[in-house]
Design a protein around this ligand. Sequence first.
Ligand code: CP
Ligand code: NVA
Length: 316
Amino acid sequence: MKKDLISIKDLTIKEIEELFDLAVKLKRNKSKFNKALAGKSLALIFQKPSNRTRVSFEVGMYQLGGNSIYLSPSEINLGVRETIKDAAKTISRYVDGIVLRTFQHKNCLDMALAAGVPVINGLSDFSHPCQALADLFTIGEKFSRLGQASQKVGSRLKGLTLAYVGDGNNVCNSLLFAAAKTGMNIAVATPAGYAPDAQVVKESKEIAKETLSQIRITEDPLSAVNGAQVVYTDVWASMGQEEEISKRKIIFKDFQINARLLTNAATGVLVMHCLPAHRGEEITDEVMDSNNSVVFDQAENRMHVQKAILIKLLKG
Ligand code: CP
Ligand code: NVA
């Protein structure tokens, strides 16, 4: 049966470990896998702009010996030119996998239901699973220096604390699931009214009972960051919320990742951002360009982790 990647919630810890193990190999030895997806094609259906997601999937597919086809918002015009169901059924006759970047998360679910091939969520208003997986992989990589190099990437995350400061958005939702699944602690600080999805918080806390991940939601950035080994932020207004930018700049002004805030974090704290960043808003230049910042490693790891996802889902 075909398998999709719509939410991290649907992955077992074993599947996450397997993805990370494969991503390590893919990162170490690019040429070994250069025929892994020979003859396979991937459709990228994007209703929003992208740098990282589009380029990392396209180049990743190329490096695996496959082919990708980018379909811009105006080409497929999902739900307008034809229904999602009809578009999914048609494209499934040509390609071996679909990456969908869309607004309503339901579009991902509808596409996965109708498509005969695996569907990967390349960002919806609700979640961004490929991002969060690459983020966890990056954290695991960085913490290998703590004498844990022999451990699997995923198991290095247990007991670490990630503080997410900013908007409780799609990236935050996926990080909550990702932390809960891997036993990493997560403290989320948002202004009142901008907390992550209540159902995601509830479900993450359920999952966390088994993995012993501690999940905390607060409106106090200082308390979230206190002692954290990783501090993460994202834009204050996501794609589709552009008309709220000026309002949000006022509401979020105390939720900036800056040098002062980071003095409360653990020594050597990793600073993360999914990018694109709005420098001077959610993160200062000083922090983004500091040695603590791993934002471009995150961006690079999108490709390695997604290559692992593509092999797992499309190779069968
Ligand atoms: N982080 C991320 O998904 O970047 P893009 O929007 O550029 O794809
Ligand atoms: N929260 C952001 C993430 C971009 C990668 C957005 O949805 O625009």
